[in-house]
Design a protein around this ligand. Structure first.
Ligand SMILES: Cc1ncc(COP(=O)(O)O)c(C=O)c1O
Length: 440
């Protein structure tokens, strides 16, 4: 049985014949009978949910169980594992956040080295799992830079009791670390390399050998960020021999007992799409992005192929103009604007961005600022601070006080200040800050 699906891409139409996506196929042809089970919409939800309601089911005898998979989910995850060449790949309907929680469960109570420029979900998971975090402070430019192999080596020398290292590549700006070199170092020091590849699921189709999926012990793909996956869909790849029950049990501790089946099926769908033309269209889109970059009169960082990160002192103004022209960016900071592309951007999208940059009347200017995290010292345990009483003060009054909440610009979701840290300098801090009522 084939289910033709039509996608319009910037360069082509794709016909994806869904014959090898067991979970997607099951939901696409589901005839659930009389519904005396959740969800309450019974498959007949109206409005914009009409299309998806029939597939929005729960753990029925035919649909399997994410945390104890035995039929279609088991097959869909097996298909993903064989496509990505992992020992094990499991699905998450709770985003990369749930994958990070599951990944870090392997190191409960142990020491793990994190790059400081990690997503907040890593710090939260580490605290919940009693992990002792050690930091690598990223080198800084206008934006934070990826960790280097020298930094990894240095940190492993200083922390011989670390069991794993957690790095992010690509980062939100699309900058990538030298993963094959870092992997070699981790092997030499016998520590696990966990890569938060939230922004780079598609990199597997750019170059498999240098991909995060192939150069890690555990790799987290927030697939919904760059693939045709519903929001919340993510892959967790494990590249060493381990027990599926351990992984599923860990995920079930953090995840909802009602994961969204449409989200899970969209992961199955995307994997099938990647294997049948999607990979080729990702590479073609990369070429189109590269052509587009040549028409942009601003400084552009050397990023992964499906992203344009413009750096400019007037990035705020540039971002405003983009919105006025209907160009909705992924992230804008005072010094950068980030645009994400995928094969589902049309030729019109590309032409509009090109025209925008060709007509822009803002003169390029390199920012003279350098990004930095404020100087801090841990004084109170992260979770104790996060759940403490707080008061709000201006940043100028915050020096010498202890942060009661993270200072968390979103995006990129990297805490500038972590709860429980004493603020020693104002660098990198502006505005109102939640501090503990009394310094402990
Ligand atoms: C680097 C990084 N890691 C993890 C996450 C969390 O991903 P999700 O929203 O899929 O849970 C994000 C989200 O923006 C991210 O940027």
């Amino acid at each position: 049985m084939f289910y033709p699906r039509f996608f319009f891409s910037s360069a082509d139409f794709f016909f994806v014949f869904m014959s090898g996506a067991p979970l997607y196929d099951l939901l696409a042809q589901l005839k659930p009978g009389l519904r005396f089970h959740t969800p309450g919409h019974k498959g007949y939800h109206g409005g914009i949910f009409r299309e998806i309601a029939n597939a929005d089911v729960t753990e029925l005898p035919v649909t399997d169980n994410l945390y104890c998979p035995q039929s279609v989910i088991f097959q869909a995850e097996k298909a993903a594992s064989s496509y990505f060449g992992s020992y094990m790949t499991v699905f998450s309907a709770g985003g990369a956040t749930l994958c990070i929680q599951t990944a870090l469960s392997f190191f409960k109570g142990k020491k793990v080295i994190f790059e400081r420029n990690s997503h907040v979900s890593a710090f939260n998971a580490a605290a919940l799992l009693g992990i002792k975090p050690e930091f690598i402070y990223n080198r800084m430019s206008v934006i934070p830079l990826p960790v280097t192999s020298e930094q990894v080596k240095d940190s492993l020398e200083k922390n011989p009791d670390a069991e794993a290292i957690f790095i992010t590549s690509p980062n939100y700006y699309g900058l990538c670390a030298d993963l094959s070199e870092i992997k070699k170092i981790c092997e030499k020091y016998s520590v696990r390399l966990v890569i938060d590849n939230s922004h780079g699921t598609h990199l597997y189709e750019i170059d498999r050998n240098s991909s995060p999926q192939r150069n890690s012990d555990i790799c987290i793909d927030s697939a919904h960020k760059t693939l045709p996956v519903l929001t919340g869909g993510a892959f967790l790849h494990i590249n060493f021999v381990t027990d599926l029950n351990f992984v599923k049990n860990s995920m079930s501790v953090f995840g909802s007992t009602s994961p969204s089946f449409p989200v899970l099926a969209s992961l199955d769908y995307a994997r099938e799409w990647l294997a049948h033309g999607g990979g080729e269209s990702i590479r073609r889109t990369g070429e189109s992005v590269s052509d587009l970059k040549r028409c942009i009169p601003f400084e552009i960082v050397e990023s992964e192929p499906l992203r344009i990160t413009v750096i400019d002192a007037n990035a705020g103004k540039l971002a405003e103009r983009m919105l006025e022209n209907g160009i909705i960016y992924e992230m804008a900071t005072p010094v950068s604007v980030v645009l994400l592309f995928s094969p589902f951007n049309t030729d019109f999208d590309f032409k509009t961005v090109k025209k925008f940059f060709m007509n822009i009347d803002i003169k390029p200017k390199r920012p003279d600022s350098v990004f930095s995290f404020p100087e801090t010292k841990r004084k109170v345990a992260y979770l104790d601070a996060l759940f403490s009483d707080y008061e709000i003060v201006d940043s100028e009054q915050a020096v010498g006080r202890i942060a009661a909440r993270n200072v968390l610009p979103y995006p990129p979701g990297v805490p500038v200040l972590l709860a429980g840290e004493e603020i020693l300098s104002l660098t990198g801090l502006k505005g109102k800050i939640c501090v503990l009522k009394k310094n402990l």
